[in-house]
Design a protein. Sequence first.
Length: 124
Amino acid sequence: MSLERIYEIKKQWIPVYALLLAVALVVTIYLILVYMYTQNEDFLMYTMLSLLFSLYMGFNLVKLIRIKVPKYSYVKVLKCSQCDHTITVPMKKSDYLFKEEGTCPKCGSKMYIIALYKEEVRRS
């Protein structure tokens, strides 16, 4: 599985974490109010546990929001068999290594694909 796909799957969990955070905060507020009215020490302990869970969910939600999904473009490098002139162009689906791909703009001989790779697209 590619790194981009993993990031996309992680981004899908944002609503779940947001909902759990909201529920945990509501439970924490409820437990604080119950403790204030009853003065029972047990509710204070539950409040602390609920508050820790809320902090954990908030921290994970912030981490998920900060994930930047990288965008890539796939390119091929064409090289002339005579004059060693190279050109980098976007890749097509049917491309493979050492495939004959057009003619050289300098000398007119055949050009071959010598490399296929991906480049990260810079955001401006």
